[in-house]
Design a protein around this ligand. Structure first.
Ligand code: ZN
Length: 256
């Protein structure tokens, strides 16, 4: 095989053992004999083929997130003119908003779209009317307009005696979806927090009764109990509470 090159133009020296490519007269790449070269090319092609079919496929992250395509409504209770319960330096509207933020983050990380009826200290009294009912109606309108699949309303409990404690989940009486969701969340609150032995319980709640999706009211604990109030004021405990609620939602959605 004749060597390549252009000695008349100062090209690289000719080679007797293989091909020579002349690149700009100063970069010289020597290649082995043609059969060896072909074998090398075929080996590389075989390796590329192997890697292509044996390497695990990268699936788009969205496809493996457990809550992709779902819409959740979080309703941190009270706000604005209505502080909710107060005790031991805590105000219910502030505590439930912080827990709502943590829950929102977990749900979003799970791939869900999350609507919060409020993401700051506000109420929903844009028009005149009986205060509490109007506030609740406007929250409900937000939840319905956004087409939420599940509703989680977050509150904290208060009672005149300081001895009661423990988080508890409520659902609308007669709602089988709400009951199942409440029981799943209650089970995770019990397992994760290890400080409540309360059971999910039915009741009559405006937001749950009037909404079209399964929903629960999570009472995160008693602000009237000094030990529980102290816990509820700590971001670490608020995060733990939100995590338990999140796990309960996952359990509800994956139940057979
Ligand atoms: Zn409340």
């Amino acid at each position: 095989m004749p060597a390549r090159g252009n000695p008349q133009r100062g090209g690289p020296p000719q080679s007797r053992r293989g091909w020579c490519f002349d690149i700009k007269y100063f970069i010289v790449v020597k290649l082995p004999h043609k059969p060896v070269f072909l074998l090398l090319v075929l080996s590389i092609a075989a390796l590329l083929f192997y890697w292509h079919y044996k390497t695990p496929r990268l699936v788009p992250a969205q496809a493996v997130l457990p809550l992709t395509g779902l819409v959740f409504a979080i309703d941190p209770g009270h706000g604005g003119y209505d502080p909710g319960a107060k005790g031991y330096g805590l105000v219910e509207k502030d505590v439930v908003l912080e827990i709502g933020f943590f829950l929102r983050d977990y749900l979003q990380q799970g791939g869900a779209r999350v609507i919060m009826t409020r993401d700051r200290d506000k109420d929903f009294l844009a028009a005149a009317g009986p205060k509490k009912r109007l506030d609740m109606s406007n929250r409900l309108r937000i939840v319905e307009e956004e087409g939420a699949d599940l509703l989680v309303s977050i509150h904290a409990n208060y009672i005149s005696s300081s001895r009661w404690q423990g988080s508890q989940v409520f659902y609308q009486e007669g709602s089988s979806g709400g009951k199942a969701l409440a029981e799943c969340i209650q089970a995770e609150l019990t397992r994760v927090l290890k400080n409540t032995n309360r059971q999910a319980k039915s009741g009559n709640f405006f937001m749950l009764r009037e909404s079209s999706m399964p929903g629960v009211v999570v009472e995160v604990g008693f602000i009237s109990n000094p030990q529980e109030a102290e816990l509820l004021g700590k971001p670490k405990y608020q995060m733990k509470m939100a995590w338990a609620i999140y796990l309960g939602i996952i359990a509800f959605l994956t139940a057979p």
